[in-house]
Design a binder for this molecule. Sequence first.
Ligand code: ADP
Ligand code: ZN
Length: 730
Amino acid sequence: MPPSFFDQGATIAVLTAQPLDKTLDYRAPEGGCFLGAFVEVPLGPRKVVGVVWGPGTGDWDRAKLRAVIRVLDAAPMRDELRSFLERAGDYTLTPLPAMLRLCTRAPGLGDPPSMRKVYRLGQGAADRMTDARTRVLAVLRDLGGLSLTLGELAEAAGVTTSVVKGLVKFGAVQEEESPRDTPFPVLDPAYGGKELTGDQAAGAERLREGLRMGGYGTVLLRGVTGSGKTEVYLEAVAECLAQGRQALVLLPEISLTAEFLTRVQARFGARPAEWHSGVTMTERRRVWKMVGEGKVQFVAGARSALFLPFRDLGLIVVDEEHDTSYKQEEGVLYNARDMAVLRASICGARVVLASATPSLESWANAETGKYERIELTSRFGAAVLPEMRAIDMRAEDLPGNKWVSPTLRRAIEVRLEQGEQSLLFLNRRGYAPVTICRACGFQIGCDHCDARMVEHRFLKRLVCHQCGESKPVPTKCPSCEAEDRLSAVGPGVERLGEEVTELFPQARVAVLSSDMYGSARAMKAEIEGIAEGSADIIIGTQLVAKGHNFPLLTLVGVIDADLGLQGSDLRAAERTFQLMRQVAGRAGRAEKPGIALMQTFQPEHPVIRAILGGDEERFWRAEAEERRAAGVPPYGRMAGIILSSTEVQEIFDLGNALARQDDALRKVGAQVFGPAPAPIARVRGRHRVRLLVKAPKGAPLQSALLAWTGQFRLRGQIRMAIDIDPQSFY
Ligand code: ADP
Ligand code: ZN
């Protein structure tokens, strides 16, 4: 056990987020410092933020040791978070400084607490009262002594800020300074629970019991979309809050939080703190600090919220636990679902993994009893799972360059007549995935990647979905220079929108695609409008497959159910299954029964049949058998090694050398495959090759990988990334 306090002058090891491979020794500052304290230290000519990680290593000349500049005004990092960072770093083979960077992602941590102006009711009287002035004073009177910022006050009263400023002059409103990082409103666990149905109540009670028992434990909460999983896990949050501990709910998409926050408010009387890329810098800092001081009870956030310095984390909910966005694919390659379980096991928290279609990993853990399993079998209220049917595209009469089959069209017509909504799902952004020259056959590709450029008519540009590079749509073929012979091939949501508008000129059509909105806020507003009935036909990418509630929706048409089944990804079947179930779950969430129609060229495919048959257990069992036989996750372990460089030859050379010198892997029963060009063989001008390592389930994969890759030095332009449990096969 390292000491928990270091006296002034003691030698201490400080971890910084600088890319060094170890901690640095310093002398403890005047007044000493706690283990885990956030400190500012000199590093060369600079000052950087770090964390006191333990006693000094001693391999520095004591006389030359520099002193810590100051201890920052933040709660010291707790042992729990320090060991989480260490263990998560060991698991993902990430150096500690990079791990530390994940949990110091709040600006101005070293700044003194800053102040802001707030407004409250004053003693003075204005010379004359206008309607606007009366409203301002009424709002402040309602608050009973509380204060608001200028913007908040003006908005609440529906006046311009100058009205407030005018009242300040007369002293009718008082302006004062208050610290910016204010505590969050208190949530009341007993504020507004719904009456739960039989199996909801039973599930909630088991979750509450788990929290009362204390200590670590993971539950897989499974139930079809609309069965009330959110209602049930909010009861676990309530229990956690009642115990005075903190709760974290991870959500996959920021577009989900608006609806979610409103529900939390209805349940607890106030909103949770938010943590995601859309949160302002000052708000981030506030959340980060208040979480550490225990002045936030409940955080709702994206995967990075897992690295916040909670004071006493008692519950982590991972909603839509199967969602691929939990896997971070750049920088530190981690899966937030797995890391949530790791952190909870270290800090003694409960985990709830919620999904209608769990990942095979979680399903398997529930099968073996590692996770407890709670099932919600029916949908809430009158809502029933939509009927699902295939449209056999081989039998449909459809001209080229059209994608809505006559059968689907008739179903949409019926909805329009009844004033109900239809959703057409196509998981392809943009107008068309390929632009081809009719004269020479040339396909326009990205200059930096081996990917075709996708036409976005809305932006009037061709866009590379790999690197984001874009250029205007040319009028001449870049290869043969023929004029006006370029044509769009294949459907994207924008093009489908065009077709639907032609088919149903009287209908209101909305296209929902993440790239069509300037901001998450604009998208939220659009989605809320649609839920209230602002569109008759909704066209969307997988964005709409997630959690939104559309009460008027009774028809889902899946334009290309076969899309996800192509490709060599080991999770292709699982992904398709999950996506289709989720999409189908959009229909008939309220009182009206829904139907889902899937256009497919292979209605006999086992995945399509499992979706249609609704027999999930059978699908999981069949899929589990296949993976077990192949020795792949979750019945074996895998790692991806991606080598990239501007020079294609040098990465193949290194890849081949790695494949030859694989003793360290063979010792633990692991095998290496490759090198092969990565599925996207060039990204941002860098060539990429990939090796795959497969190991038996219990093998010490990480140490073997370190020993194996450690034989080689990375020369020149080469970069290597190791991806433990790779999700996407890019
Ligand atoms: P899931 O998270 O499984 O998709 P939700 O918790 O979002 O399901 O529930 C679906 C809808 O049904 C929501 O609008 C929710 O408020 C409502 N609902 C679920 N259970 C109840 C209940 N016991 N009482 C009232 N409304 C409920
Ligand atoms: Zn590109």
